[in-house]
Ligand binder design. Structure first.
Ligand code: 13P
Length: 251
């Protein structure tokens, strides 16, 4: 099994001084760790990716974007392309986060196009899916996830260029998490949906859990079958907390 991927989504937080300090702190811890059991990724806001990528170069700390446009260049004021992220040294980009689906009306097809653009530039696309609270209460969580997998995964998705992040919308920033049994059920369902979509790749595609992952619950969430890592929001803004989560992945 691939090493677990512990990814930090900084969202619209941190300016250059504290962002670079946080990244440097993590890079130092990683550099001091002999044969780490996990891959560690930070996804800062686009404005500070460049200084962070420069600051952590060679440390093993991976850097990613939080979104990209589906085109590589052109008349798209305010947008950032996958090519631009790759140019800064990014290895990953998050696409289809529920905050983008909500705030920017992104639908599955757009997410698939962004993922394809990322993969075309050699980036790993972290494709986010997950049900809302209403959908879970209606008993439709599994159905929503398989529909989002079917619609958001581009042609040519492989275990090398694709990561899925299951983030139940109601667990994001709320301190609430699904039970480990619920996480196990959804992740197994996602694995099966990947099997239907990309049979030869499904076993190797990493499926992250996201939504109120903290040092206190990381070990039990990361031990659930088919949980291949975590996508961490709030707790990724503190080096001690994010590092504790990463260490918890080692089991
Ligand atoms: P929190 O960890 O703050 O709940 O955020 C999760 C998330 O949205 C990561 O992408």
């Amino acid at each position: 099994m691939a090493r677990k991927l512990i990814a930090g989504n900084w969202k619209m937080n941190l300016l250059r001084p504290e962002g670079t300090a946080l990244a440097r702190d993590l890079a130092l811890r990683l550099a001091r760790t002999v044969d780490p059991a996990f891959d560690l990724l930070v996804c800062p806001p686009a404005t500070i990716i460049a200084p962070i990528a420069d600051a952590v170069q060679g440390s093993g700390l991976l850097v990613g974007g939080q979104d990209c446009h589906s085109a590589q260049e052109g008349a798209h004021t305010g947008d950032v392309s996958a090519r631009m992220l790759a140019d800064l040294g990014c290895s990953h980009v998050i696409v289809g986060h529920s905050e983008r689906r909500q705030d920017h009306g992104e639908i599955d097809l757009m997410v698939a196009e962004k993922a394809a653009a990322a993969q075309a530039e050699g980036l790993v696309a972290i494709i986010c899916i997950g049900e809302t609270e209403a959908e879970r209460n209606d008993g439709r969580a599994l159905q929503v996830c398989s529909r989002q997998i079917a619609g958001s995964l581009p042609q040519g998705a492989t275990a090398e260029n694709t990561v899925i992040a299951y983030e139940p919308v109601w667990a994001i920033g709320t301190g609430r998490t699904p039970t480990t049994a619920d996480v196990a059920e959804v992740h197994a369902h996602i694995r099966a949906a990947l099997g239907a979509r990309v049979p030869s790749e499904a076993a190797g595609i990493r499926i992250l859990y996201g939504g109120s992952v903290k040092p206190g619950n990381a070990a039990e969430l990361l031990a659930v079958p088919n949980v291949d890592g975590a996508l961490v929001g709030g707790a990724s803004l503190k080096a001690d907390d994010f590092w504790a989560i990463a260490e918890a992945s080692a089991g």
